[in-house]
Design a protein around this ligand. Structure first.
Ligand code: FE2
Ligand code: FE2
Length: 273
């Protein structure tokens, strides 16, 4: 089974790159299941239902989020009815929407997707390790789920790496999001879980984490906020991780980065030929 995870869509350039190119990627490379983090898709802050529908319409199976999940207030409403929209599972009880779901891939496999958020250098939330463990106890790999994908939206690499050791052999893919810069530590862990500390963003990399650089730079230089942050509008790089999952075990056999367009050099997973 062939999975693709795409990092945070940032603004119009990021979301349009994915909306334009994802259908051909799915068709040409026979992708069975695609997860996209959409937390910055609407002007850099959250996602509207219209954009969510457009991204799902390209063949993305699930849209995950993070700290920006509800920046667009309408998400508080559509989160309840849009089953393919996930917000972090360790948000407080009573928060609208869901943090995990079971979905059927194009090859018929049942895929559990969990979205969780870290707590180091982030808001105070419930324990993400315990929240994920609860979900996995109810839906173990190889029993109720043929594959399991976890989007761990977190700032600290240490927290992400610790979770990788905690989950190795129990999920197909644990991928970090939120920092918007791809790391080169993608690999298969000893017990078969694919891991990358951060998958990067789908957006304009000639920026400050996807935003036009002038205002973030000014706040570092002068400590005085001026304008609102706005997404950079140059050509976007689509940044993701491709994963081959064994149909029997649900564990990973191969992993490689995908980068298309924009200012980063292009990389196509070699096993996609
Ligand atoms: Fe983000
Ligand atoms: Fe984030």
């Amino acid at each position: 089974m062939r999975l693709l995870f795409l990092g945070d869509l940032v603004g119009r350039t990021g979301r349009n790159a994915v909306i334009t190119r994802l259908p051909a990627l799915i068709a040409d490379h026979l992708l069975d299941f695609v997860v996209v983090n959409g937390e910055n898709a609407a002007g850099g802050f959250g996602i509207s239902e219209e954009i969510l529908t457009a991204v799902l319409g390209t063949g993305a199976d699930v849209v995950t989020t993070g700290n920006h999940a509800f920046d667009q207030r309408e998400a508080l409403v559509f989160a309840e009815r849009q089953e393919r929209f996930l917000r972090p599972i360790n948000f407080p009880a009573g928060t609208p929407g869901r943090g995990a779901g079971l979905y059927t891939a194009r090859n018929g496999a049942v895929v559990l997707v969990i979205n969780a958020m870290g707590r180091v250098f982030m808001e105070a939330l419930d324990d993400p390790f315990a929240a994920i463990d609860n979900e996995l106890a109810a839906c173990p790999l190889g029993e109720q789920a043929d594959a399991i994908v976890i989007d761990f939206h977190a700032e600290a690499t240490s927290e992400k790496q610790a979770l990788a050791h905690h989950l190795d052999g129990r999920v197909s893919l644990l991928i970090g999001t939120h920092t918007h810069a791809p790391t080169s530590d993608y690999r298969v862990m000893p017990r078969g879980t694919a891991y990358q500390s951060d998958v990067g963003m789908c957006g304009d990399y000639h920026s400050v984490i996807g935003m036009k650089h002038e205002e973030p730079l000014r706040r570092f230089l002068q400590k005085v906020p001026g304008e609102r942050f706005a997404p950079a509008e140059g050509p976007a790089t689509i940044s993701g991780l491709a994963v081959e999952v064994d149909d029997e075990s649900g564990l990973t056999t191969a992993v490689a980065p995908l980068r298309l367009g924009g200012v980063l050099s292009e990389t196509i997973p070699p096993f996609w030929d």
